[in-house]
Design a protein around this ligand. Structure first.
Ligand code: MN
Length: 251
């Protein structure tokens, strides 16, 4: 069993250390993580400059790039053998609903999935690393279960959000769908020291769809949320309507 572990908070993040430590003994572990915090970088790849790989004293490798860069480089040249599983996290804060589109944590796992490898993204619901070792113990137990009982043939991608609780491993788990958020808050405009306007991206919007069955609902209920993700962005429900539209306008 070979496991590749990445994250988006950077190679020094406590969530990464906790996940790696918890997974000890499950197999051969390689860590390839960003040099700096790369939260919110989504699936971006660095295409306009080369990337360097460094090795920390604890053996973790780190790259001056994005989470997707890390997994991409690992899978396409750095690692001698392909991993059987890609893990990402544990992220400092939730990745639920629309956040998953921006998440570097999810993107690192997704990069593994795109290469045909089963992958899991782990996040803690609250920021601040509270009870991160308990979250890591839950992560290990889930990894052990998917190794023992693969949920589906081929590759799959899970997005897992864990409440910050000491008993995380004993919490009920729910298989969920993504909820939705309202649009982000407006940008915050300030002036730089030269008097020029600068803009801070505003915080995420409030939760809009958090009904039963969603990730937001499950974690608010004190459960671990496990959402199976896919990559196909096609609007399958509207395909027939668009085909009709295309014929009607003579395109
Ligand atoms: Mn992050």
């Amino acid at each position: 069993m070979r496991i590749l572990i990445a994250n988006d908070d950077g190679y020094l993040a406590p969530g990464l250390a906790a996940l790696v430590k918890a997974c000890e003994g499950l197999g051969e572990i390689d860590v390839v993580a960003p040099e700096q915090n790369a939260s919110g970088t989504s699936n971006s790849l660095t295409l306009h400059r080369p990337l360097s790989v460094f090795t920390a004293a604890n053996g973790f490798r780190y790259i001056n790039g994005t989470p997707s860069d890390c997994v991409h480089v690992a899978l396409t040249g750095l690692l001698e053998h392909q991993p059987d599983l890609v893990l990402s996290g544990i992220n400092n804060g939730a990745n639920m609903g629309d956040d998953t589109l921006y998440s570097g944590t999810v993107a690192a796992a997704m990069e593994g999935f795109l290469f045909g490898i089963p992958a899991i993204a782990f996040s803690q619901v609250e920021k601040g690393w509270g009870q991160v070792d308990a979250a890591a113990r839950f992560a290990r137990s889930l990894v052990e279960q998917v190794i023992a009982h693969p949920p589906a043939p081929g590759a799959w991608l899970l997005n897992v959000n864990i409440p910050n609780r000491p008993d995380a491993i004993e919490l009920p788990r729910r298989i969920t769908r993504l909820g939705r958020r309202h649009a982000s808050e407006p940008v915050v405009c300030q002036q730089n020291p030269r008097g020029e306007p600068i803009y801070w991206i505003g915080p995420a919007g409030d939760v809009r769809e958090a009904g039963e069955g969603t990730d937001f609902h499950a974690t608010a209920d004190g459960c671990v949320s496990i959402t199976p993700l896919q990559v196909d962005l096609t609007d399958h429900a509207r395909l027939p309507a668009w085909r009709q539209w295309s014929q009607a306008v003579g395109a």
